[in-house]
Design a protein around this ligand. Sequence first.
Ligand SMILES: O=C(CO)[C@H](O)[C@H](O)COP(=O)(O)O
Ligand SMILES: [Co+2]
Length: 220
Amino acid sequence: MKKFLIIPSILSADFCYLGNELHKLLRAGCQLIHFDLMDNHYVPNFTIGPMILKSVKNNNIPVFFDVPLMASSGDSLIPLFADLNVKFITIHPETTNPLPRTIPLIKKIGCNVGLALNPSTSLNCLDYIIKELDLILVMAVNPGFGGQVFLKNTFKKIKPIRYLINKKKSNILLSVDGGVNQSNILKIIDSGADYLVIGSAIFNFKNYLKTIKNFQNIFF
Ligand SMILES: O=C(CO)[C@H](O)[C@H](O)COP(=O)(O)O
Ligand SMILES: [Co+2]
């Protein structure tokens, strides 16, 4: 059976009870949490920033974060995430300096490097940079909102990336984000995803433990 990990996308959580939401996810076995930073400029929505992660850390909630920077001034935000239990900082190539200048900023603060590919972003941007990456985040929706429909063309992107990673015998993780649910998760895993980022198909249900177990039992 292929190994995969469910990564809850906190965008769909109830922010009034964020600590409680994180504890519920921990009880459901999720330690890595996807935290989209949105600036209402690069994407037409606004979320939360590093202050919240600081509060999570100060309250000793033992989670780690994958932080996609959906923000126009992506580079200037990177240092703000140092020492906040951030495992991956994931950048959109459209938002940064040339990637060879941005990637060292992420490594400097001890985080792993993720690259996000929007539905319209070509795979060509991987050519010169793939060996610097720890994670490729394939966006299956246009970034900005939870609860959108998975774009079927995404499969045409997941498969060649998986092929490329395997060909290079690389450990890069392949993550898929947007519109993942019970009816498409199996096909997404079969196409080669390691991480499944899931928002509404977890948070729309009361019992996260049961919902996440149902996703994990998909092979049985
Ligand atoms: O990056 C995102 C939106 O830009 C979210 O992570 C993504 O949409 C997850 O939510 P859902 O599973 O509800 O689609
Ligand atoms: Co996301």
